[in-house]
Design a protein around this ligand. Structure first.
Ligand SMILES: *[C@@H]1O[C@H](CO)[C@@H](O)[C@H](O)[C@H]1NC(C)=O
Ligand SMILES: *[C@@H]1O[C@H](CO)[C@@H](O)[C@H](O)[C@H]1NC(C)=O
Ligand SMILES: *[C@@H]1O[C@H](CO)[C@@H](O)[C@H](O)[C@H]1NC(C)=O
Ligand SMILES: *[C@@H]1O[C@H](CO)[C@@H](O)[C@H](O)[C@H]1NC(C)=O
Ligand SMILES: *[C@@H]1O[C@H](CO)[C@@H](O)[C@H](O)[C@H]1NC(C)=O
Ligand SMILES: [Zn+2]
Ligand SMILES: [Zn+2]
Length: 358
């Protein structure tokens, strides 16, 4: 029963250890591996008067995406693009914008040829209140990216997909006044797992596994050596005990001996009384037992079953055997120690661990 309790404790220690191991790795993944990126979509509300039917068209879609360094707030105004068709990308600092109404206006610029930062700076230099850049050349027509534009963080800058941008360009080329209202959409959080971090965590995982395996191997080698030493010691003590037993006195009980009387102590090994013709062994402490009962006991224990007297000591055969007798306790302490005792595992549990970890 005590053994099973010890085994349960060992399994518990093992699973606790494995769990904390996994937990640490999950923490590593969460904090060092994942690079988080936050971005916001933008609602784009477009209102214009259709020149053919004279009716007001309005349309609101969540197709925009705020730039990385953009102000995250709403903006409204009349849409305007660079005046010349050669400079839709606004890469020339002198490109002119011609808003078709007074007041706040929003620049519509095509992606390409120069950085987002340059485009935004040029538009803001002409007093644009916000900048809308439309994507070009992406495989997915709805695609937008989070534009990086460091240094121009005091203005609203969004990207819209290519079809939307082309549609607006067509409207502006027909001299239609387009009002635009940009509002903040939903917040998105994207996690990237970078390659270097994966390598880092894999290496740390492998190192931990190697350390664990090395410890396991060390533990089993020590346990094997300990078992070997104990067996050798046990054999030596057994031999010494046999030698001692051969020197002990033997007697055959006869009818009328005091041992046959009913109030005489029974043999402590088999709890039977002594009968005539029983062969008894007399120990140095004067205790006697059946020869067949006490001889195997002495080979194993080397002590009197009644008074615990050591027969090797009593016969002066203790020299080397007795030193060895002390060995196992010290040896276990030296091999085990506090840390190892907490982690000692039974063989079946251990097999599962190695298979699971590899
Ligand atoms: C879009 O803007 C126009 C004018 O600013 C407004 O009348 C309309 O309600 C807006 N549409 C939506 C869906 O908010
Ligand atoms: C690219 O921008 C430069 C100015 O930065 C301009 O001179 C050139 O014409 C532009 N090229 C195209 C293809 O728009
Ligand atoms: C921008 O606005 C400022 C005053 O608010 C004005 O002095 C300047 O001329 C404007 N620039 C352009 C390019 O319109
Ligand atoms: C683009 O977006 C529209 C709706 O805004 C959707 O119907 C369409 O399937 C999308 N196309 C692609 C290729 O994602
Ligand atoms: C738009 O207006 C400009 C002048 O403001 C004019 O030269 C051009 O022909 C007009 N375009 C259309 C399609 O009406
Ligand atoms: Zn007996
Ligand atoms: Zn005794």
């Amino acid at each position: 029963m005590a053994l099973s309790v010890i085994q349960a404790c060992r399994s518990l220690a093992l699973s606790t250890w494995l769990l904390s191991f996994c937990f640490v790795h999950l923490l590593c993944l969460d904090f060092t591996v994942a690079e988080k990126e936050e971005w916001y979509t933008a609602f784009v509300n477009i209102t214009y008067v259709d020149p053919d039917t004279a009716e007001v068209r309005t349309e609101k879609t969540e197709c925009g995406r705020y730039g990385e360094h953009s102000l995250k707030r709403e903006a409204r105004g009349v849409l305007a693009m660079p005046a010349t068709t050669q400079d839709r990308q606004a890469c020339d600092p002198n490109s002119r914008f011609t808003p078709r109404a007074h007041g706040a206006w929003i620049a519509l610029i095509s992606r390409g040829n120069c950085t987002f930062k340059d485009k935004i700076r040029h538009a803001v230099g002409h007093n644009a209140s916000a900048v809308v850049i439309f994507n070009v050349g992406s495989s997915n027509p709805n695609e937008t990216i989070t534009m990086p534009h460091p240094g121009t963080s005091d203005v609203v800058a969004i990207m819209i997909p290519e079809p939307k941008g082309r549609e607006l360009v067509l409207l502006l080329e027909r001299n239609i006044t387009v009002h635009m209202h940009i509002t903040i959409g939903t917040r998105n959080l994207q996690k990237y797992v970078s390659r270097t971090s994966v390598v880092f965590v894999s290496i740390s995982f492998i190192i931990l596994m190697i350390i664990s395996l090395a410890w396991l191997v060390f533990y089993y080698i020590q346990r094997f050596r300990y078992a070997n030493a104990r067996d050798r010691n046990q054999r030596r003590l057994g031999d010494a005990a046999k030698k001692a037993i051969s020197q002990l006195q033997v007697r055959t009980i006869r009818k009328g001996d005091q041992e046959t009387e009913s109030d005489f102590d029974n043999c402590a090994v088999c709890i039977e009384g002594y009968k005539p013709n029983d062969v008894v062994r007399i120990l140095p402490c004067r205790h006697l037992f059946h020869k067949g009962c006490v001889d195997p006991w002495l080979v194993d224990h080397r002590t009197c079953p009644m008074c615990k007297m050591n027969i090797l000591k009593a016969l002066g055969l203790t020299s080397s055997a007795e030193c060895l007798n002390e060995l196992p306790m010290d040896y276990e302490l030296a091999v085990g120690g506090v840390a190892l005792n907490a982690m000692v595992m039974s063989d079946d549990v251990m097999g599962g661990d190695v298979a699971g970890g590899a």
